[in-house]
Design a protein around this ligand. Structure first.
Ligand SMILES: C[S@@+](CC[C@H](N)C(=O)[O-])C[C@H]1O[C@@H](n2cnc3c(N)ncnc32)[C@H](O)[C@@H]1O
Length: 267
């Protein structure tokens, strides 16, 4: 990890009287603005839950998969651990977050320590298709907003789960003839999940929900705080993010891009 990032996060302390979530968002803004954390331009608007729909999406998926205090969850592509901490805090489960980017893991570990969750949440820096944990280590394999279009992580999820273990993931799907052909349709995703040794419990097209609960709220957040972001990240950044959100909103509305959410059980 770079020493400038190390120093910034080592010295960071949330004020326990204030809203810790808001303070984490402010820390992330500072890291992203200083170029100490690499992420998409929209990352600053998403905070520690770096996927469309934020904590609401995490809650919905946790309810669908029935996360509970007996679960051992592996979160593939965990970023800085926002969803991992949420699952441990709300449901009392154990969570291992896995991310390929060591700076994300360093921040995840620091935030988890400051939130007092190190007894339930730990992190591993590794690629999601080769997690250095034994077969059958987990009861739930989880991933939000990062699943590769070739669905190759299904094999590793299957290996990591106990028999009867559950998977829950969201990812980009092909919704129409004009969609990027490298993505699978929701129907194809279900077929591939079944072929990988799982019984599908639910498979939903969540594109419209993501538009309402993801793209439109983050655009509003940008509009309402535009002066703050201009000051923090500059006019060019603001212009680029409006452009990028508007392109995605159009693609979502026209059915060129969208997302699916799948929950399944290992047979
Ligand atoms: C959009 S973020 C997802 C964030 C997280 N799932 C969440 O919902 O907050 C994408 C993350 O995937 C990670 N990533 C990309 N490729 C990966 C891989 N092959 N294995 C593990 N992590 C990966 C990136 O480092 C980044 O943190």
């Amino acid at each position: 990890m770079r020493s400038d990032l190390q120093t910034t996060i080592a010295n960071w302390r949330p004020d326990s009287d204030g809203d810790v979530g808001q303070q984490i968002d402010a820390l992330l803004e500072q890291l992203l603005a200083a170029g100490l954390l690499r992420a998409s331009a929209c990352a600053v608007l998403l905070g520690e839950q770096y996927h469309l729909g934020g904590v609401e999406d995490t809650r919905r998926m946790a309810e669908l998969v029935g996360v509970n205090g007996a679960d051992r969850v592996v979160d593939l592509a965990c970023y800085i651990g926002g969803p991992a901490r949420h699952l441990a805090r709300e449901y009392g489960c154990q969570v291992v977050g896995v991310d390929i980017f060591e700076d994300c893991i360093a921040i995840a570990e620091k935030l988890t320590e400051l939130c007092g969750l190190t007894d339930r949440v730990r992190f591993i820096c590794a690629t999601a298709d080769a997690v250095p944990e034994p077969d059958g280590s987990f009861t739930v394999a989880w991933s939000q907003g990062s699943f590769p279009s070739d669905l190759s992580w299904l094999t590793e999820m299957h290996r990591l789960l106990v028999p009867g273990g559950r998977i829950a993931f969201t990812g980009v799907i092909r919704r129409s003839e004009s969609s990027d052909p490298s993505h699978c349709s929701l129907h194809e995703v279900q077929r591939r999940v079944t072929e990988a040794g799982f019984r599908v419990i639910s498979a939903e097209d969540i594109s419209d929900w993501e538009l309402e609960h993801g793209w439109l709220p983050i655009r509003r957040k940008l509009e309402e705080n535009e002066a703050h972001y201009r000051n923090l990240l500059g006019d060019e950044w603001v212009k680029k993010v409006y452009q990028s959100i508007d392109e995605d909103v159009a693609a979502w509305r026209e059915g060129r891009l969208g997302s699916g959410r799948v929950v399944a059980v290992k047979e």
